[in-house]
Unconditional design. Structure first.
Length: 135
């Protein structure tokens, strides 16, 4: 079974500015690596989301206590008439005998904010840096 759930976590920073961390799930295709998956997702977003563009991207690296493969990107997009900056982390989940026995599952964490600031970015990066998949 493929998990297609989406979770939205809502926060308010010390300046009373609202932001969200959105959690999506994905699955690598046959013979697909994380970089190819990210490219496919970007192409899909460019077709479906107004004004979507990639502003910055980092190469894959191992992050967090589980040393998951992670690709981080910064996007711009139009949402409800406002230009948003979205920071995304595509996390390739490690092998798990019951949940991810083919090592194909991916979690996408995104910070969506109309005016991202240091506090929001540090919170988001802290989640990525401490991410433990099976806990």
């Amino acid at each position: 079974l493929e998990n297609r759930s989406v979770h939205q976590l809502h926060f308010i920073d010390h300046d009373s500015k609202a932001y969200q961390i959105i959690i999506n799930h994905g699955r690598l295709g046959e013979n697909q690596d994380l970089q190819q998956f990210v490219g496919q997702e970007v192409e899909k977003m460019q077709r479906q989301v107004p004004a979507f563009s990639v502003e910055d991207a980092s190469p894959a690296k191992a992050l967090g206590p589980a040393q998951c493969e992670v690709i981080q990107q910064t996007h711009k997009l139009l949402y409800e008439g406002c230009l948003f900056t979205q920071y995304s982390a595509f996390i390739h989940l490690p092998l798990h005998p019951q949940i991810n026995h083919y090592k194909k599952n991916v979690v996408i964490l995104s910070l969506a904010s109309s005016s991202p600031n240091t506090e929001q970015l540090e919170h988001f990066q802290g989640i990525i840096n401490s991410f433990m998949p099976w806990e």
